[in-house]
Design a protein around this ligand. Structure first.
Ligand code: SME
Length: 164
């Protein structure tokens, strides 16, 4: 049973170190990608304050589009073409997008009108982008470069602990 206390770490380094420990526990003994990515989204949703969406968009090999995967939050756009919105930009540019104000991001796709800031990080597998992690917040400037670095480390753990 998952019974983690709410993290109240004083700084991002400590917060992500504790989150990494919790993730290690969740991933232990399981290599199924769908199960692990679903639990990953749920862990972030449970532990990161001020989120209104947390989850994955995964590349659909037949079309190259991003298709919604495991997530927590309100129902979201099912499909995003490369280059569209924050997620499609992260995919086509193959780099993270840290967006302090989504209203100022040309082409931002408003799945939830409450979203004010967003962080999208590509998932790399054997040199190709296989999807993105997408986090949304109702607060402007919710995400920092420390969040990005901490989450990239957690994503490395997820990818190396899962079979595709
Ligand atoms: N805002 C995203 C779309 C996905 S939802 O936020 C869940 C974007 O512009 O790509």
């Amino acid at each position: 049973m998952y019974q983690a206390p709410k993290l109240s770490a004083a700084n991002p380094t400590e917060f992500y170190a504790e989150l990494a420990q919790q993730l290690e526990g969740l991933l232990f003994g399981e290599r199924n990608w769908l199960a692990n990515s679903a639990n990953f989204a749920a862990l972030l949703w449970d532990q990161m304050p001020d989120l209104n969406w947390a989850g994955f968009y995964l590349v659909e090999p037949a079309t190259g589009d991003l298709v919604v995967g495991p997530f927590q939050g309100k129902p979201a756009c099912a499909r995003i073409a490369p280059g569209r919105g924050v997620c499609g930009t992260a995919l086509s540019e193959n780099r993270a997008q840290l967006v302090p104000d989504v209203h100022a991001f040309p082409g931002h796709i408003a799945c939830d009108a409450a979203s004010r800031s967003e962080l999208v990080i590509p998932l790399m597998r054997d040199g190709t982008v296989i999807g993105v992690l997408d986090l949304d917040s109702p607060l402007p400037s919710r995400f920092t470069p420390e969040d990005q670095a901490g989450l990239e480390r957690l994503l490395d753990m997820l990818l190396s602990s899962s079979d595709f």
